[in-house]
Design a binder for this molecule. Structure first.
Ligand code: PBG
Length: 325
């Protein structure tokens, strides 16, 4: 056979494959979601997320030092607070001495160069487990945005580098941006969870924070997984409102959205490979059905190939160790 194109030529050996490789994963691509709980000396594994822990702040600081030494440049912070601090206003969310505010300070003191991005949403503080204030079974938009602004300012005061609103209320990026500007925090960025879907892949995360909604679901604020045009609209609006980075969430099942956004917008697109994606992979690995190291690197490389500039992933530490070998 005479063939002018033999595509296998470029795959013939590792050197050739390396030369034509389009996507190279590095530790600079990762953010690690970190769960912080009250107390001292606490390290609790999350049953539905083997290998992922809730840690008290003292243990978290130790861990973050290690993450930094592995080359991880950013952490996304989530806190689990006791039920006694929860109500329908979410006011613990902007307590200057709250667990999140203390955590931001302690991490920035210990590892000043790591980028600290606290989560902004009311669910860890809500008696209803919703991301906003509830009235007559509805999640109020504008009242919630006011609460999120207070929360964001308290994070900025504590030293956060980036505010990461994950609540999906309308107009919150603009309100947070204006408040940051007016209060001397013009250097604090916003990574908006712009295209966040109402997804069953968040189950293990809600176990981790004990934050499952007490009634109903999150479909009046998070997006319908049947839609993609809506994701573009959400992202464009957030960029107009002042978002520096827009995020798509979940990751692997939503790479079509990532790819479309990457083509359309000129700000970095972040992807959150969420708890359920982690749990699925780990469960298969524990059964001996998938190869742990290979599947981690493949899944993350594919997310980057689709157009992610940065990836929030529970695999960040393991992947960093693999990439450093
Ligand atoms: C809450 C929030 C959730 C996640 C990040 N921030 C859960 C939810 O919206 O119910 C999910 C992350 C994951 O599953 O890893 N605002």
């Amino acid at each position: 056979m005479i063939l002018y194109n033999r595509n296998r030529r470029l795959r013939a050996n590792q050197s050739l494959r390396d030369l034509v490789k389009e996507t190279v994963l590095t530790t600079n691509d990762f953010m690690l979601p970190v769960f912080i709980t009250e107390g001292q000396g606490v390290v609790e594994e999350i049953p539905s997320m083997p290998g992922i822990y809730r840690r008290s702040l003292d243990q978290t600081v130790k861990e973050v030092k290690e993450l930094w030494s592995l080359g991880i440049k950013a952490v996304n912070l989530y806190v689990k607070v006791s039920d006694t601090l929860k109500d329908n206003t979410g006011k613990e969310a902007w307590n200057k001495e709250g667990l999140m505010q203390q955590s931001i300070k302690a991490i920035k003191d210990a590892v000043p160069e790591i980028v600290v991005m606290p989560d902004v949403a009311l669910d860890p503080y809500s008696i209803h487990g919703h991301d906003g204030i509830v009235e007559d079974g509805k999640i109020l938009n504008d009242e919630t945005v006011e609460a999120l602004v207070k929360m964001s300012l308290s994070h900025a005061e504590a030293g956060a580098d980036f505010i990461a609103p994950s609540d999906m209320m309308d107009g919150r990026v603009l309100a947070i941006r204006e408040a940051l500007e007016q209060n001397g925090f013009s250097d604090v960025g916003i990574m908006s969870y712009a295209a966040k879907y109402a997804s069953s892949f968040y189950g293990p995360f809600r176990d981790a924070l004990d934050s499952a909604p007490g009634f109903g679901d999150k479909k009046t604020y998070q997006m319908d997984y049947a839609n993609s045009r809506e994701a573009i609209n959400e992202a464009l609006r957030d960029i107009e409102e002042g978002a520096d980075i827009v995020m798509v969430k979940p990751g692997l099942p939503y790479l079509d959205i990532v790819s479309r956004l990457h083509e359309l917008v000129d700000v970095p697109v972040a992807v959150y490979q969420v708890s359920g994606e982690y749990a699925m992979i780990k469960a298969a690995v524990q059964n001996g059905w998938l190869d742990n190291d290979k599947i981690i690197l493949e899944s993350l490389t594919c997310i980057k190939r689709a157009g992610a500039s940065l990836i929030s992933t529970y695999f960040a530490k393991e992947a960093a160790i693999l990439l450093n070998q």
